[in-house]
Design a protein around this ligand. Structure first.
Ligand code: SF4
Length: 336
């Protein structure tokens, strides 16, 4: 690992002033909170920052009611949030997605501020000997013609097909969420749906955050029917594995009829993905295997397989059906 300076400011605002923008090549400065992504990538020489600015104890932690919404501090650990009653009882998809992510050790240190910004697991991104437009703009993409079994089929471009790696973001995107950010220009909010950007021809740009912007919290607007929500995750092994395909589903139902459906997809797309056309199709429908499968077909109508990952299209469709059925089976007291 390259030598770097460690600095510990007195406040989040002071931290923002201390961080030099990190270049696409991974130099400059970076924030350190849980450290589960940045230290991992430093050991692989994918990131080689000159300095790390420790914000772990400066970020607000905890979950509380605020202005009619649920406020979540960016310093809240994954483990603390996963077992918090506000998530577990009012929006189980938010809790499920955290329980099904990473290992207990990682969940105990990783924070929700960094969690939504975790980097792709594309093997070529993590191998500095490979061509990768995300790590080294203009160098090419080894994955489009390479081993791409776990890479994306939605939101891809010729320049990058990297899968967004997180779980919680795919559930968070179900709900209207404002991301609270502090930066060199002061404080502002960003709609969560506008946080991540498609790779297009600039895969190194992954979010709408500025170089020295720091996420400090989230304000989540939960509808009163969010208790009927699940996070269904298909993976190669049942523990400590990234999603091959996942579906976050929230349903507002009157008996068997869907008033409103919300579907977030993971493991199949380059960013946290909202399947809005499938949601529109389901509104007013009776949920059956047939309508659930049709929703899956609609959600993947624009998908493109890249060879090894072609199977993700039918798998993703089936994952949506499974998520819909699991959500419909929930009662206020738990699963039927
Ligand atoms: Fe890099 Fe994206 Fe290609 Fe992976 S898919 S090698 S991250 S450019």
């Amino acid at each position: 690992m390259k030598s770097f300076a460690y600095q510990k400011p007195a406040s989040a605002q002071a931290a923002v002033g201390m961080v030099d923008p990190m270049s696409a090549a991974g130099q400059g400065g970076a924030f350190l909170a849980g450290g589960t992504t940045v230290l991992d990538l430093m050991k692989l020489h994918v990131l080689t920052p000159d300095s790390l600015t420790d914000v772990k104890t400066l970020l607000p932690a905890g979950i509380e009611e605020r202005d009619g919404a649920l406020y979540v501090g960016a310093g809240t650990t994954m483990a603390a949030a996963a077992e918090h009653p506000a998530f577990r009882d009012r929006a189980p998809a938010l809790s499920d997605a955290l329980w099904k992510a990473a290992s207990p050790q990682l969940r105990n240190v990783a924070t929700l501020g960094g969690n939504v910004l975790q980097r792709t697991r594309c093997p070529y991104f993590r191998d500095v000997a490979s061509a990768c437009n995300k790590r080294e703009p203009g160098s090419g993409c080894a994955a489009t013609e390479g081993v791409n079994r776990l890479l994306a089929v939605l939101g891809t471009s010729e320049d990058c097909i990297a899968t967004y790696a997180g779980d919680w973001a795919n559930a968070l995107i179900l709900f209207d969420t404002q991301v609270e950010v502090t930066g060199p220009e002061g404080d502002r909010t960003i709609a969560f749906e506008d946080l991540h950007t498609l790779p297009g021809d600039t895969p190194a740009v992954e979010t709408t955050l500025g170089d020295a912007d720091l996420i400090t919290g989230y304000l989540i607007d939960l509808p009163d029917w969010a208790w009927r929500s699940v996070y269904t995750k298909v993976r190669d092994r049942e523990s400590y594995a990234f999603a091959v395909a996942s579906a976050a589903v929230a349903l507002d139902m009157e008996e068997d009829t869907i008033r409103e459906a919300r579907i977030g997809l993971g493991g199949v797309a380059t960013v946290p993905w909202r399947a809005r056309a499938a949601e529109d199709y389901l509104a007013g429908k009776t949920l059956t295997e047939e309508t659930g499968l049709e929703a899956g077909r609609i959600a993947f109508a624009d998908a493109r397989g890249w060879g090894h990952n072609d199977f993700k299209i039918p798998l993703g469709q089936q994952t949506i059906l499974r998520g819909l059925m699991e959500a419909a089976a929930l009662t206020r007291e738990g699963t039927q």
